[in-house]
Structure formats: structure tokens, C-alpha cells
Design a binder for this molecule. Structure first.
Ligand code: 5HY
Length: 234
């Protein structure tokens, strides 16, 4: 089984981190490759960034399907292009926000999300509603560290840990979802520190992709996710 994990931003060091966390989440014998586009935003933290990143992401899914990958993970917490990607391949496509929030519902009555900037909170609520888990999401909070500074800010881990602690208290929640692929390596530390489950979407989505392939399940091609109608693009 081969799973392609796509980081839709262009920061190669973040792709390497994502690849390590994704590989750690799958069973022996499952191959996980992570890629990022050659051009586009170095981080995705606005609707504009998402719009610029999506065309290359879809090209990568199309090429990956032709290359025989069995499943795809979109490793960006806004789940950009997720529904369009499902239309162009039968192989399962899993978004990290979707997988992380759904996973948290198995573990706790209420979960909090801690993401990067407050400007993405509205979009994250939209996703929670779209996935049907908004009733289990007790709050969405920002640590106010830009995505690209997660790697360089020496206080990032401590700041995010404190944001998680304060989210648990203010929301009365019992688990935390980390709202950025660049936070994937912080999961174990924060969970040990706070004593609650902390869900990283990269691991959750990659494990979910493996599960779907193992169960022989593919995206339904009936109605919404059917291959888009063939037409001229002018
Ligand atoms: C992510 N952006 O997971 C999102 C996080 C965010 O470049 N990778 C990004 O802030 O929405």
C-alpha cells in the first residue's frame, strides 16, 4: 500500500516533518511519501493562500493517482481542495482537519482546537459544521504563531502547550486537536504535559487513509464525487 501525503505549502522542512509523523502512524509495509509544490505560498493561513495552492494540489493528486498511489492525505488544516480532490480519483482522500476532529470525537465528549492565527478560526468552525462535529467542538483558539514561525520560534512549544492548557480550562473540554500540520511533532509532549489526548491531524489522517484502503473502501462515484463532466476549458 502506498499513501501520498501532500503538504500544499512550499516549505520543504515542514514537508519533512509531516513525512516523519505520517510514517510513524502507519503499519509496517505501508509506504508513505510526502511532497510539496514547487511554487506557491510558504504557508497557508488565508482563503487567498488556499486558492493559490489548490490548483497544484489537484495536479499532484491527479499525477499520484496515475502513479498508482492507493490513498491521499491533504496535510493542511484548512483541508484545501478536499472535495475537488475526491472528484478526480477513486482512491480515498483524507483531510487532516477532518480526520483530527473526527478522531477526537472517539476520545472525548468535547474537544478544543488550538490553531495558528485567529483569522483561521472562522474557517475552522465552518469545517467543524461541514463534518458534523461542531456540537462536540467546545472551542477553537489561536496561539498567534504564524505557520512559518512554528519551526523558528524557540518559545513555540511552550506557547502552544499553554494555549492548549487554557483552552481545556476555558472550554471545559477533555481533548485537544492541534490545528496545523506544522504542529504534528508536538503531540506527544503536549499530551504528556496536560494529561489529555492530543490529536495530530497528520497522524490521524494517514492512519485513516491506511484503514480505508485496508477495508477495500473507495470514494463513491455516484452523484457528488463522480468524475467532473468532461468539457472544454478555454
Ligand atoms: C497548515 N497552514 O496546517 C495550515 C494551518 C493554518 O500552511 N499548514 C499551513 O494556520 O491554517
Amino acid at each position: 500500500m502506498r499513501i501520498l501525503v501532500i503538504n500544499p505549502n512550499t516549505t520543504a522542512s515542514m514537508t519533512a516533518l509531516i513525512e516523519g509523523c505520517a510514517r510513524a502512524a502507519v503499519s509496517p509495509g505501508v509506504t508513505v511519501d510526502a511532497v510539496n509544490p514547487p511554487s506557491g505560498p510558504v504557508s497557508i493561513e488565508s482563503h487567498f493562500d488556499e486558492a493559490i495552492a489548490i490548483p497544484h494540489l489537484l495536479e499532484t493528486v491527479r499525477a499520484g493517482a496515475e502513479a498508482g498511489y492507493d490513498a491521499f492525505v491533504i496535510a493542511c488544516f484548512g483541508d484545501p481542495g478536499l472535495l475537488a480532490a475526491r472528484e478526480i480519483t477513486e482512491a480515498p482522500v483524507v483531510g487532516i482537519a477532518e480526520a483530527a476532529m473526527r478522531t477526537a470525537t472517539y476520545l472525548a465528549r468535547g474537544f478544543s482546537v488550538v490553531t495558528t492565527l485567529s483569522r483561521v478560526i472562522g474557517h475552522t468552525w465552518d469545517l467543524a459544521h461541514e463534518y458534523g462535529v461542531a456540537g462536540r467542538c467546545a472551542g477553537i483558539h489561536a496561539c498567534e504563531i504564524p505557520v512559518i514561525e512554528l519551526e523558528t520560534d524557540p518559545l513555540a512549544r511552550a506557547t502552544i502547550t499553554e494555549a492548549c492548557r487554557s483552552a481545556l480550562e476555558s472550554d471545559g473540554s477533555e481533548a485537544v486537536v492541534l490545528g496545523c500540520a506544522g504542529m504534528a511533532d508536538l503531540c506527544a509532549h503536549i499530551s504528556a504535559e496536560l494529561g489529555v489526548p492530543v490529536v495530530d491531524g497528520v497522524a490521524a489522517a494517514t492512519a485513516e487513509a491506511e484503514k480505508l484502503v485496508r477495508l477495500g473502501l473507495a470514494t463513491s462515484k455516484r452523484n457528488e464525487f463522480a468524475t467532473p463532466p468532461v468539457k472544454a476549458f478555454v
